[in-house]
Write a protein that binds this ligand. Sequence first.
Ligand code: SAM
Length: 255
Amino acid sequence: MKAANKPKVTLIGAGPGDPDLITVKGSKALANADVVLYDALINRSLLAYAPNAIKIFVGKRKDFHRYSQDEINQLMVENAFEFGNVVRLKGGDPYIFGRGAEEVEYIESFNIEAEVISGISSSMAVPASQGISLTKRGISESFWVITGTTSERKLSKDVYLAAQSTATVVILMGMSKLQEIVAIFKQFEKGNLPVAIIQNGTTTNEKLGLGTIDSIVDVVKRNELSSPAIIVIGEVVKESAKLRSFYEELNIEKI
Ligand SMILES: C[S@@+](CC[C@H](N)C(=O)[O-])C[C@H]1O[C@@H](n2cnc3c(N)ncnc32)[C@H](O)[C@@H]1O
């Protein structure tokens, strides 16, 4: 079948989970989609923006066939040649631990136009939803966003560097490495540093765990927190108007 539209793939960042946190540009581009390939972490209600499109779930979920990255790449290209406008709807922002760059390279290697529409990354929006300002005058001059699971399934070595700084540290995909992360911060005598863990942030299933480097592993066990979650480490956590009272009761000293 000949494509009605010129082949094109648009990577759209769907935002962190709250469907209202997609961009206007993203929702407009969805309306023109002939095919939507969507991930597990996107809010399904966003698919309503693409009423006439074929929708294909390509995320990782129990009981579903798990598409490899090669299969997803192939699906994007095949559907673009067959149907025209393909949207690849991805959680957060496509370029923040989203394999967006690899997908764009693959698409362009077939001389297909690729466009990326940025999304609001969970790394910023989820802390913000708990009143955590990643930078704050006099408290934190920078923030690091680090992966807890590199392509070799290891904790990023950057955590060692970040733990020695005064930066706010945001770790994605880090729940299975929490003990390792905590051990690194302890090496630098940061046991009192505040930590917030937010699971399914900005959604109706949101769960929160608060503590310090010394206590957070127990907090996670007690509250049964798991992935997908954001780990936020830094003094800014206790500056949040929403979370401040928790830390005032702990009465911990600044490091
Ligand atoms: C493969 S990364 C993709 C990140 C995405 N590109 C972004 O910018 O948000 C998936 C990880 O992001 C984090 N994440 C995404 N959405 C989240 C949410 N609503 N609440 C908490 N963590 C989330 C979790 O650490 C999850 O394991």
